[in-house]
Design a protein around this ligand. Structure first.
Ligand SMILES: C[S@@+](CC[C@H](N)C(=O)[O-])C[C@H]1O[C@@H](n2cnc3c(N)ncnc32)[C@H](O)[C@@H]1O
Length: 209
């Protein structure tokens, strides 16, 4: 929100998250943040926004809820307005054995919890199915690790933290030995440097007729 406000000083920007924003983020008066759960619907009227953006919510939206979320995003967009989603799936390129193992555990563990990421690479179809026009999707290979400079280093830190945080799920639900989990996770950073691993992101947008 803060970056959008800088780039578009005339815009009124509304944002939601179930968590409060990080305390170091300064919002200007054109930003309006609400603690809201998107799974309960968006707290805005129909046809309100010229541009609606959602980023990195695949981990918070069970697969069965995506049609409802799209319905909400379309509902609050004005005719002629645009919706943009930036999401990730579960596809790594040049993955080494530790990354492949964690990916397999993710598929097994998170699918049990209703999060199946296999349909994210075709998320553009969801936009088309909800009546949007001029739908376009771009796959972006984002590097993991310091071999690719600062962006890769930051994503590496992020994804490493995500994998580590899933230990409880894999140990308790899949019966993975805690020592084995720790060992596999510990291999990730070196492996990403050695294989030049990338993680696939999906930028997709469409227009409300
Ligand atoms: C990976 S972070 C992305 C944060 C932000 N969208 C961005 O791109 O910088 C995922 C965010 O989704 C939020 N989230 C998860 N489930 C949610 C829900 N049901 N409704 C609203 N926000 C949710 C989390 O609190 C977390 O801040």
């Amino acid at each position: 929100m803060a970056e959008m406000a800088q780039e578009f000083p005339q815009a009124q920007i509304y944002g939601i998250d179930t968590d409060a924003p990080a305390s170091h983020i300064q919002f200007s008066s054109q930003c309006h943040f609400n603690n809201n759960d998107i799974l309960k619907g968006l707290p805005y009227h129909e046809n309100t926004f010229h541009f609606v953006h959602q980023r990195l919510l695949v981990g918070g939206i069970p697969t069965s809820q995506w049609p409802f979320i799209l319905h909400e995003l379309v509902r609050v967009t004005r005719p002629g307005g645009w919706i943009e989603l930036l999401e990730t799936g579960n596809i790594y390129h040049h993955a080494g054995p530790a990354t492949a193992q964690l990916r397999a555990w993710w598929d097994e563990g998170m699918t049990i919890h209703g999060f199946d990421l296999s349909s994210v690479p075709t998320i553009n179809r969801l936009l088309t199915n909800h009546g949007l026009i001029n739908v376009h999707m771009e796959k972006i290979q984002v590097p993991l690790g310091a071999w690719a400079g600062r962006a890769g280093e930051l994503l590496g830190i992020d994804i490493f933290a995500v994998f580590k945080s899933l230990k409880g799920v894999y140990v308790n639900k899949l019966g993975i030995q805690p020592e084995l989990f720790d060992e596999v996770v510990a291999h990730l950073p070196k492996e990403w440097e050695c294989h030049h691993t990338t993680y696939e992101f999906y930028s997709t947008f469409g227009q409300k007729p």
